[in-house]
Design a protein around this ligand. Structure first.
Ligand code: 5GP
Ligand code: MN
Length: 335
């Protein structure tokens, strides 16, 4: 990655930096943010990581996770910290609306901004934009940013473990969105001391009993299959949320089980969270769920993994989704 000389110079001197990532932070958001923090701290920068909302519990063991500031919980402290910063790094999101009120607050703050992201169509919201929708993950881009800075030697195990986390989560353990570089980066990080199986255990083997019971409930009672559209759906109601005591991150990954059906091309997970209806779409092959989310639900993401929020009822959102299927029938049956 080519880093402009002016930016290199800026980063070679200690700055007061805030790293921001998106609502409902996932492994790539958390991994890229903490990796960047551990990298920048080696230059003597003062760094804070801020998220709009809480992150899933399994990531709490990551180095540096314990002093992440969450706008929903530490609003005043977030404001106080942000007003002292002169450099803001936006990671893994493409519009200020993806960071909610934190984004509104950012609109009025002075300071330089860097954006590193792999979502389609980023808003021009930074002085330096590193946007590569073909990249597997923002963590891949953070790795390439560090190499581009000429700082391979700063990829210590803490930085590496955080980068590895995003590589694994955004590629579903190297199953999709991969490229040759992803494997090279993974190999390089392991050579630099990253314990790859420990990272995989943290992500995939740290579930609670209720997570498996919830999955069982989804597959037994909330799973619908429309073979004529090669589409599968799981939905969850507000009551399900209460019955299974679903917390942040507990429903993460459920949508992926639908893709394991050979003929499925489109997978949907529609769930009534306490305040909004959340839609997660996944696809195999050429079907562009980013377009579906953007056009019909005002959301976005990537070609094969996108999301959106709806203020309609759960029932209305499910109906709307089902009614769209005939429009995409040709594409669904094509590959
Ligand atoms: P998920 O379905 O796991 O929440 O999200 C899948 C992908 O779509 C992620 O890359 C996420 O950042 C993106 N995404 C999820 N919800 C939204 C949304 O409401 N708007 C936009 N623009 N992207 C979203
Ligand atoms: Mn990502």
């Amino acid at each position: 990655m080519e880093i402009p000389a002016k930016l290199k110079q800026l980063l070679h001197h200690p700055q007061n930096v805030a790293i921001l990532s998106h609502r409902n932070p996932d492994g790539d958001a958390i991994g890229s943010s903490l990796a960047m923090r551990h990298y920048l701290e080696q230059y003597g920068h003062t760094v804070h990581v801020l998220f709009p909302s809480e992150f899933p519990e399994e990531f709490e063991v990551m180095p540096g996770a314990d002093d992440i500031l969450v706008w929903d919980i530490h609003t005043e402290e977030c404001k106080h910290v942000l007003t002292k910063k002169n450099l803001f790094i936006y990671l893994d999101f493409n519009q200020l609306s993806r960071i909610d009120k934190l984004g509104d607050f950012m609109k009025n703050l002075p300071g330089e901004r860097i954006l590193i992201d792999h979502h389609l169509y980023p808003d021009p919201m930074a002085d330096y934009i590193f946007s590569e929708p073909e990249a597997s993950s923002t963590c891949e881009l953070v790795y390439r940013f560090i190499i581009g800075m000429g700082d391979g030697q700063k990829l210590n195990p803490a930085v590496g473990e955080c980068i590895f986390t995003g590589l694994v989560t955004d590629t579903g353990s190297f199953r999709h969105a991969t490229n040759p570089l992803v494997y090279r980066i993974a190999a390089d990080l392991v050579e630099r001391g990253v314990n790859d199986t420990a990272v995989q255990d943290m992500i995939f083997n740290s579930q609670k009993e209720k997570n498996l019971r919830l999955l069982g409930h989804c597959l037994s009672n909330r799973f619908e299959y429309y073979p004529e559209f090669r589409t599968a759906l799981i939905w969850l109601s507000k009551k399900d949320y209460e019955q299974f005591n679903i917390q942040r991150g507990d429903a993460e990954g459920i949508v992926n089980y639908l893709l394991t059906i050979k003929d499925v091309r489109l997978a949907a997970f529609i769930h009534n969270q306490p305040t909004v209806v959340k839609l997660s779409l996944r696809s195999k092959g050429d079907l562009d769920v980013q377009e579906i989310c953007k056009k019909h639900f005002n959301g976005g993401g990537h070609k094969n993994a996108s999301g959106a929020y709806s203020h309609d009822s759960l029932k209305a959102t499910i109906e709307k989704f089902k009614n769209l299927l005939p429009l995409y029938k040709e594409q669904l049956l094509k590959n």
